[in-house]
Design a protein around this ligand. Structure first.
Ligand SMILES: Cc1cn([C@H]2C[C@H](O)[C@@H](COP(=O)(O)OP(=O)(O)O[C@H]3O[C@@H](C)C(=O)[C@@H](O)[C@H]3O)O2)c(=O)[nH]c1=O
Length: 181
């Protein structure tokens, strides 16, 4: 299992060791001790989530407010997505910076997203199965976000905007400037 900090502070790309034999493959998807030794982050995950999406579905960019902020460990079990994170921690050297990368069921890479980030993903394959761990419980009413096509972030999602399928709440999320001026 390899850990590499992304251009965003405290946000890590994790590449598992994949063991392949005549039966198929095996990989560790989470190892608390290895995670701590590599990152120095002592996180306790309390909720696991899974979503299934079809091509063009864009979920995000989401976060929970204040004390309900969630760190997440995200991965793709099936298919391929463009995953996007934004550092929204005013005290961070990478405040208001975004990072995007492909996650898929071939590389099995994972992204550790600290508290104080917004997160979203776009499904590039016909279907995706997305799985993630969170260190705080879901808190309805404390959800917030940044609009996917924020002019300052100008995220390269890798697909034409006309093809995006969004929830009604994600269509009306505020801009970065409106929330963090
Ligand atoms: C996130 C979540 C949703 N729900 C419910 C609320 C709602 O009725 C239904 C769908 O919720 P949403 O539309 O918010 O689901 P979704 O748009 O997939 O939200 C997720 O997006 C990605 C990008 C994230 O990073 C996650 O933290 C989460 O915000 O599931 C839960 O019961 N528990 C949860 O933890």
């Amino acid at each position: 299992m390899q850990f590499e900090e992304t251009p965003l502070k405290d946000c890590f790309l994790i590449t598992p060791q994949v063991f392949e034999d005549h039966r198929g493959i095996f990989l560790e998807t989470y190892h608390k001790k290895k995670f701590f030794e590599a990152t120095g982050i002592d996180v306790e995950f309390v909720q696991d989530n899974q979503s299934v999406s079809r091509r063009g579905v864009l979920r995000g960019l989401h976060f929970q407010r204040g004390e309900f902020a969630q760190a997440k460990l995200v991965r793709v079990i099936y298919g391929e997505v463009m995953d996007v994170v934004v550092d929204l921690r005013p005290e961070s050297p990478t405040f208001k910076k975004s990072h995007h990368l492909i996650l898929n069921d071939k590389d099995h890479q994972q992204l550790y997203i600290p508290q104080g980030f917004a997160h979203g993903f776009l499904t590039l394959s016909e279907t995706s199965v997305f799985s993630y761990k969170c260190d705080r419980f879901y808190k309805p009413g404390e959800e917030s976000g940044i609009i996917y096509n924020d002019p300052d972030l100008a995220i390269a999602w890798g697909m034409k905007e006309e093809e995006f399928i969004l929830s009604e709440k994600d269509k009306i999320l505020p801009t970065l400037k409106a929330s963090f001026s």
